[in-house]
Ligand binder design. Structure first.
Ligand SMILES: Nc1nc2c(ncn2[C@@H]2O[C@H](COP(=O)(O)OP(=O)(O)OP(=O)(O)O)[C@@H](O)[C@H]2O)c(=O)[nH]1
Ligand SMILES: [Mg+2]
Length: 383
């Protein structure tokens, strides 16, 4: 499961489809303005990086949640083996009229490492295979020829990949281009020339190359979005993600439609992209792995669940979103809700009403985050 950094929640007792929206304290984009044409919020330039291939075409049946899940993978178990070292050889120089040419067996080349490299272009671990074998070094040759070393094998993983061995975290690839040697290549063997010494002028010893290192690693995608939505099942989180981005998470009128996080990209002017995650509905006792309870959460309950999951999570910058404002009963409850909670963005994912207020607010939160990150001297996450 991905620990998404931003959340939204909802309370159906207060207002149908209330959701809380928080921007990630881990990641953000440069500030930018929304595109000018805002006649309809759906006219905004929106897109999705990792789900682009499942855009619905007219006449085509939408993919089920089960099928959608296959496109996004946030953990992988990988067997990595470094390349084997090439063997050294044992042979002697041979030339006419030169009786004792001496040892001239070359060393074997080293095996290549298997290296994990964080790459911004990669958005999911779905392209990572279950095993990798590094390139082996070549054997040594006659005439002191050394074998060629095996090439490095680079495995591209998304930025934000945690590498675990057993339960220990061995690497955190949180920056573009960061690398981790997952498996070392074996050292090449020595040819008999290497063993030439004053007391042994004709060594016949040579050594084989060493096998590459073998490890089982668990890759986990830590950060997938700048903002996340947490809320009740059925609050309309997936509908909202569909409305503001090109992502197409499944939407249905029953709870727990969403089983895995989906990421949609909101495009702002100047090629700025904000990744928004839709995560499965949260319920009371969710931190104890409980299923759907009898009573739905209030906002305080939601904050409690977030705190239980990770301390300080509910204090992150956030905004409460009240969805389904197109429904008369929801609209009637709005003033009461605003009295209770202060700022609430009331919108409708279905009609598109007031979506731009949310998008502008998201941008403001991002701007603040980017500035804070740069001030701290760290690079904000970029999509
Ligand atoms: N009237 C109205 N219905 C909405 C709105 N947004 C969502 N719905 C409906 O609410 C139901 C649930 O929507 P989803 O987007 O699947 O809700 P969700 O929060 O993703 O639900 P889970 O994935 O189960 O947590 C669907 O039947 C939607 O059509 C809205 O703004 N207005
Ligand atoms: Mg959903």
């Amino acid at each position: 499961m991905i620990p998404v950094r931003l959340f939204s929640a909802s309370s159906q007792t207060l207002l149908e489809g209330l959701a809380q929206w928080t921007p990630s304290a881990q990641a953000s984009l440069r500030p930018c303005r929304l595109l000018p044409q805002q006649a309809s919020p759906r006219m905004l330039s929106v897109g999705c990086v990792d789900h682009a291939k499942r855009q619905e075409t007219p006449g085509k049946k939408p993919l089920s949640e089960k099928k959608l899940k296959r496109y996004f993978v946030d953990h992988r178990r990988v067997l990595v083996r470094g390349g084997n070292g090439g063997s050294g050889v044992s042979c002697f120089h041979s030339e006419p009229r030169k009786e004792f040419g001496g040892p001239d067996g070359g060393d074997g080349g080293n095996g290549g490492h298997v290296i994990l490299r964080a790459d911004q272009q990669v958005k999911s671990l779905s392209s990572v295979l279950s095993q990798y074998q590094g390139f082996s070094g070549e054997d040594g040759g006659r005439k002191n020829c050394f074998g060629r070393s095996g090439a490095m094998l680079f495995v591209r993983v998304p930025v934000g990949t945690l590498v675990k061995e057993g339960s220990e975290v061995v690497a955190d690839l949180s920056q573009q281009g960061q690398e981790y040697i997952a498996a070392l290549g074996g050292a090449g063997g020595k040819g008999n020339r290497f063993f030439l010494a004053n007391d042994n002028r004709a060594p016949v010893t040579c050594t084989p190359g060493e096998p590459g290192q073998e490890r089982i690693l668990h890759l986990e995608l830590k950060t997938v979005a700048h903002a996340g939505m947490v809320g009740f099942p059925n609050a309309g989180k997936s509908s909202l993600l569909r409305a503001i981005s090109n992502a197409k998470p499944a939407v249905a009128s029953y709870p727990f439609t969403t089983l895995k996080p989906h990421v949609g990209i909101v495009h702002y002017e100047g090629h700025q992209q904000v990744a928004v995650a839709d995560i499965p509905g949260i319920i009371r006792g969710a931190h104890q792995d409980k299923g759907l309870g009898l009573s739905f959460l209030q906002v305080e309950d939601l904050k409690y669940e977030l705190e239980k999951y990770e301390e300080g999570l509910s204090e992150r910058p956030h905004v409460v979103v009240a969805n389904k404002i197109d429904l008369p009963q929801a609209r009637a409850h709005l003033p009461q809700l605003q009295d209770h909670l202060g700022q609430v963005i009331a919108l409708s994912a279905v009609t598109g009403e007031n979506l731009e207020q949310l998008l502008l607010h998201l941008q403001v939160l991002h701007r603040a985050y980017v500035e804070a990150e740069l001030k701290r001297g760290s690079q904000p996450l970029r999509w």
